[in-house]
Design a protein around this ligand. Sequence first.
Ligand SMILES: NC(=O)c1ccc[n+]([C@@H]2O[C@H](COP(=O)([O-])OP(=O)(O)OC[C@H]3O[C@@H](n4cnc5c(N)ncnc54)[C@H](OP(=O)(O)O)[C@@H]3O)[C@@H](O)[C@H]2O)c1
Length: 254
Amino acid sequence: MKDATFFIIVYAWIAVALLIFPVVLRVIAPYGRHTTRKWGAMIDNHTGWILMELPALLVFAGFYLFGSGNRPLVTWVFFALWIFHYLNRTLIFPFRLRTKGKKMPLAIVFMAIGFNFVNGFINGYYFGNLATAEQYPNSYFADPRFISGLAIFFAGMFINWQSDHILIHLRKPGENSYAIPWKGLFRYISCPNHFGEIVEWSGFALMTWCSPALAFAIWTLVNLMPRALHHHQWYRSTFPDYPVNRKAVIPFVI
Ligand SMILES: NC(=O)c1ccc[n+]([C@@H]2O[C@H](COP(=O)([O-])OP(=O)(O)OC[C@H]3O[C@@H](n4cnc5c(N)ncnc54)[C@H](OP(=O)(O)O)[C@@H]3O)[C@@H](O)[C@H]2O)c1
């Protein structure tokens, strides 16, 4: 593929994210607490999660490992961080969920497969084929973008994992009910798991300083900001005693 073609795909992908943002703000994604049968055929929740996330792991790894570039050492760190995140999301997280008997629409699974395929492709292809040693010399490990981006990435990952852990343990095995979470960053926002994920991939975009990672950070924001706002509205209408000062996704702001 010509470099110009690749970057047209990346910028078009960013444009699509920005265009659909107003739509995603209005249409509630029908999985988890918002699941509805109106979206057609359903699939087991755990299977759905594995299928949805698998392309982000395999497509990224395939395009990176079988790329024709010289893959500077720094890009192996990017590779390791991506794989670390997606090993958890694809092969560990779905088995920890306490969603016995729950289903999600197949349409959501197909949309997420497409989303993860494109993001896995643009990032894996870029690091495996186009990233150069001039762009990422070993001295890049001391670059402020790398150091601060890495710190932000891990801070986001910690918040995301901690918050998912708190949510999962609100239920005993076999339960499917909802409760108000109180621990960790839930003191300030309704969806710190989504906040953490947004922070994490913003850190990745900063440390890699490239358009494919920026595209993924923007898509993460476009996906998760509306989902957090919808969760927040749901909490408020479901629990009359829901804390009034708690924001949706950014502490003290939104
Ligand atoms: N990068 C991206 O674009 C992207 C996109 C989507 C998701 N993600 C990540 O994937 C993870 C899951 O996302 P999600 O939107 O499905 O999270 P979620 O709606 O907060 O649900 C997470 C898990 O906790 C359970 N849960 C949530 N709130 C609960 C409560 N108040 N009481 C009891 N159980 C509760 C849910 O059960 P139910 O399923 O029964 O509601 C689900 O099993 C997050 O870490 C998110 O950041 C990333």
